[in-house]
Design a protein around this ligand. Structure first.
Ligand SMILES: [Ca+2]
Ligand SMILES: [Ca+2]
Ligand SMILES: [Ca+2]
Ligand SMILES: [Ca+2]
Length: 408
């Protein structure tokens, strides 16, 4: 196998060119041509040289027929017994001629007794003895999830040092509707397959794709090489945080100690990393409410920062916002109902009354008018009023929690 860097590079220096030593000896007009496939065993038949020189096989030895060439290891030899030209060893076409379309070996045969030179040309035919091979067997490709369809991403180089149909003919990508493979149509140069994005990606849907790329030559049988491609889809901030519910409701007693958590809001963000880092804040909050409730920026926990008072305010509506680091946001409502606690004692307010009462005062005389009330609500504000039976007075209910104290 050729070193990868040499693949697909055209260079001409490897074609053997043997100069004819001269025409002084009257060489033949054209070369004697033979062709053999590469990789034959040593001693394989190339051509019937004695016949083509018009000699008997035994004359090869008698007339001193031999191969002449300069500077290279001789690839061929004469079999003096059979009178044929044979291979002197295995010939690797790829080593000899690289990507040249035709691989010709030229040399001369000298007939010593007459000093006649005969040019010989042997074409080495390619066989499909190389499998397409990727320069790397694994590659990670990172693609932003918002990459436009038809975007292209270069993959690893592949080489097959054979020529013609025996070299690289095409690629196949393991079935995936998001990707295909294509090779830019350049006449020359390296063949880098490219990954083509066929459809929109969504990291939140699928973040990783395992693809198998196959490179095939056109030999018979076809040889193929495979490489694994890991596509990592990179996140883009395409999701806003979303609160787990649009409205959060809670009821708390008004005597809740300061600093007690009331409830937590929570928003999730489908993205990753800083695109999913959510912070919380109140939206358009009055100064009064901002002194009563505080919101933990990181956890979304709302707690009291002052005492609640049902009698002052029994209901709060707060707007909260969740925001990811780049700034996408969502909003929700928080409804806080303050429940009454029996924290007020009933009060008695005397509206009118006498300081003293004459002993002779007849029964049923009104001595005082007073009102009772309680700031609490419901049962906590329901006041009952009574007087000791041992006293010479009794209570008479009037309107609106008013009572009259009368003698009996
Ligand atoms: Ca070959
Ligand atoms: Ca091949
Ligand atoms: Ca995303
Ligand atoms: Ca986000």
């Amino acid at each position: 196998m050729e070193a990868p860097q040499r693949c697909w590079r055209r260079y001409s220096g490897l074609v053997l060119l043997f100069k004819i030593l001269g025409t002084l000896w009257g060489a033949q007009a054209g070369p004697i041509s033979y062709s053999i496939p590469e990789e034959l065993d040593k001693g394989s038949f190339v051509g019937n040289i004695s016949k083509d020189l018009g000699l008997e096989p035994r004359e090869l030895a008698e007339r001193g027929v031999r191969i002449v060439s300069r500077g290279r290891t001789q690839l061929f030899a004469l079999n003096l017994g059979s009178g044929s030209l044979v291979t002197a060893g295995r010939i690797d076409r790829e080593e000899l001629c690289a990507q040249s379309a035709r691989c010709l070996v030229s040399f001369n045969i000298l007939v010593e007794d007459k000093l006649n030179l005969y040019p010989i040309e042997v074409e080495i035919l390619d066989i499909n003895d190389n499998t397409p091979q990727f320069l790397r067997e694994e590659l990670e490709v990172k693609i932003l999830e918002n990459a436009a369809p038809s975007s292209r991403f270069p993959l690893m180089e592949v080489c097959d040092p054979d020529v013609g149909m025996n070299s690289l003919q095409g690629f196949k990508l393991s079935g995936n509707r998001h990707f295909s493979v294509d090779v830019p149509t350049k006449a020359h140069g390296p063949k880098y397959p490219e990954l083509v994005l066929d459809g929109a990606l969504d990291r939140e849907g699928e973040a990783i794709y395992h693809l198998v790329l196959t490179a095939m030559d056109g030999g018979d049988p076809v040889r193929s090489g495979v490489a694994r491609i890991l596509v990592t889809v990179l996140d883009v901030n395409d999701n806003a945080p979303v609160f787990t519910q649009p409205v959060y409701s809670v009821s708390v007693p008004e005597n809740l100690p300061v600093g007690t958590p009331v409830l937590s809001v929570n928003a999730t963000d489908q993205d990753e990393g800083v695109h999913a880092e959510v912070t919380y804040s109140f939206v358009r909050i009055t100064e009064k409410i901002s002194k009563i409730f505080c919101l933990n920026v990181l956890t979304g926990e709302i707690s009291t920062s002052a005492s609640l008072d049902y009698e002052d305010s029994s209901f709060y509506e707060l707007d909260v916002e969740a925001r990811d680091r780049p700034g996408l946001q969502d909003r929700a409502k928080v409804l806080i109902t303050v429940l009454d606690v029996n924290d007020n004692v009933p009060e008695v307010v005397v509206t009118s009354g006498s300081r003293s009462v004459a002993e002779s005062t007849p029964p049923g005389t009104v001595i005082a008018l007073f009102q009772v009330y309680d700031q609490d609500s419901g049962l906590n504000g329901l006041v009952t009023c009574s007087i000791s039976r041992s006293q010479p007075f009794e209570l008479e209910k009037s309107v609106d929690n008013y009572y009259r104290l009368v003698t009996n």
